[in-house]
Design a protein around this ligand. Structure first.
Ligand SMILES: *[C@@H]1O[C@H](CO)[C@@H](O)[C@H](O)[C@H]1NC(C)=O
Ligand SMILES: *[C@@H]1O[C@H](CO)[C@@H](O)[C@H](O)[C@H]1NC(C)=O
Ligand SMILES: *[C@@H]1O[C@H](CO)[C@@H](O)[C@H](O)[C@H]1NC(C)=O
Ligand SMILES: *[C@@H]1O[C@H](CO)[C@@H](O)[C@H](O)[C@H]1NC(C)=O
Length: 412
């Protein structure tokens, strides 16, 4: 009986920790918060389009400065590219919590705060910072910095608090969009994005190597700017397929690799809401080298008529480029019709489990907003532990730790 009595005493703090960590990512949803306020619908729309909403939902102790639809029309009139628009909107997300009360209690009357634009690494000087000043008459003003380390005029002022989850997220309305030539500047562009390097870093090195050695890389690179989605078999999956790959003609090799890309950007969310045929980079003419997207609960599956692969992780998912990991090589029926190959990549459970763990690491460490919340359930399919499915990464590790400790205590 004694162990049972001891158990709650030991596990209480752990349980609290678990609760705190597992509610981490779910604690706020900016899209839902703003949906209650139609006057901010344009701002809300662009938070989704630029994927900033995901970034906001992932973070804690932040402030989102929203402007109403009229204020947004000033910004949209500038016809910025989506990446530049994203940078401007990033300026509206402060990496600190400024509820209405704190705004009116700024010590010495003025402070500066870093923003998500600063977090992109693209801002020079103080261009990624915002100056918050308690002005005469109780007004609070905001000014953006610039690449020379100065702050401009306080062109925008605090209007009202929209919603506050204390010390998690403050959503406040400001009078005007925060403009800054640095944030509005054309972004060096996704052309600079090196897809093969990204793949190499995130468990798809073997696939990236094949793209290079076969010459197929060029077609992928050419599509990066206009939109590209890649399904890369992760390293363990590809190695068991290599004997069959070597058997293909060089033309066949290129077709097989191009078959793993599609010339448009598709987020995991878009794939989840899609069922049906999809073109690939190998498609030439109708019904050639297409693949069928199938949804199965949270899972997204790709059916070639020869094999059905499942998306198991996200390497990057940021408009205009998405790269997802899959658990099987996609075999086009044009090449594998007659002979579904004997070494069909059905990875053994053992390497799969360790791969799952590795994927979580890389996803959690990802510098870019690469591994979004979306990738969580998909990654979990590689995990044998059902308990991990419902919690996020940090919560997942915590629950593993907790189960281990509880397990030990039960044995005492
Ligand atoms: C946030 O809410 C929106 C609208 O209700 C929903 O579509 C979206 O999936 C939610 N995001 C998360 C991360 O729960
Ligand atoms: C912020 O801007 C105000 C007004 O231009 C200026 O007086 C103040 O020194 C600035 N604060 C900081 C911390 O730079
Ligand atoms: C990606 O980076 C690798 C290594 O730095 C380089 O060899 C390759 O040419 C780059 N590819 C593109 C398209 O820039
Ligand atoms: C390679 O092709 C040869 C001849 O068609 C065939 O006998 C062999 O089984 C193939 N090997 C693999 C691994 O597909």
């Amino acid at each position: 009986m004694r162990p049972l009595f001891r158990l709650p005493l030991f596990s209480l703090p752990l349980l609290l920790l678990l609760l705190l960590s597992s509610t981490d990512a779910q604690s706020h949803n900016i899209t839902r918060i703003l949906a209650k306020h139609p006057e901010f619908s344009t701002f809300n729309h662009y938070l989704t389009t630029t994927h900033l909403a995901d970034e906001i939902n992932r973070r804690r102790t932040i402030t989102v400065c929203v402007v109403d639809n009229a204020g947004m029309s000033d910004l949209l009139a500038k016809h910025l590219s989506l990446p530049s628009l994203k940078n401007v909107l990033s300026l509206h997300v402060f990496a600190d919590y400024f509820g209405a009360r704190k705004l009116h209690q700024i010590s010495k009357g003025s402070t500066t705060t870093s923003t998500l634009f600063q977090a992109t690494g693209e801002a020079a000087g103080t261009a990624g910072y915002v100056n918050i000043t308690d002005m005469k008459g109780g007004k609070v003003g905001f000014a953006t910095g610039n690449n020379e380390g100065e702050y401009g005029d306080l062109t925008s002022t605090f209007v009202k608090s929209v919603d506050e989850i204390p010390y998690v997220v403050a959503v406040i309305q400001i009078s005007h969009v925060l403009l800054s030539p640095d944030a509005e500047a054309p972004v060096s562009g996704p052309g600079a994005l090196n897809v093969t390097t990204l793949m190499e870093k995130q468990g798809c090195k073997a696939f990236a190597d094949l793209l290079k050695s076969s010459g197929a890389e060029e077609t992928f690179v050419q599509n990066v700017e206009a939109g590209l989605t890649v399904f890369c078999p992760s390293d363990g999956v590809l190695s068991s397929f290599m004997p069959s790959y070597k058997n293909l003609t060089s033309e066949g090799k290129v077709s097989l690799l191009l078959y793993h890309g599609t010339p448009t950007y598709k987020s995991l969310g878009m794939l989840r809401s899609k069922n049906g045929k999809m073109n690939t980079l190998a498609t030439e003419g109708a019904n050639k080298y297409d693949v069928t997207v199938q949804n199965d609960g949270e899972d997204v599956k790709l059916d070639t008529n020869v094999v059905t692969a499942t998306i198991t992780g996200t390497v990057i998912d940021e408009d205009p480029v998405a790269v997802f990991k899959i658990d099987k090589v996609l075999l086009p029926r044009e090449l594998f019709k007659e002979a579904p190959p004997a070494p069909a990549p059905a990875p053994a459970p053992a390497p799969k489990g360790s791969k799952g763990a590795k994927e979580k690491d890389t996803a959690a460490d990802a510098p870019a907003p690469a591994a979004d919340e979306d990738s969580v359930p998909a990654d979990q399919t590689a995990s044998a532990n059902g308990a991990i499915r419902i919690v996020n990464f940090r919560g997942g590790w915590m629950s593993v730790a907790l189960s281990l400790i509880l397990g030990c205590l039960v044995f005492i």
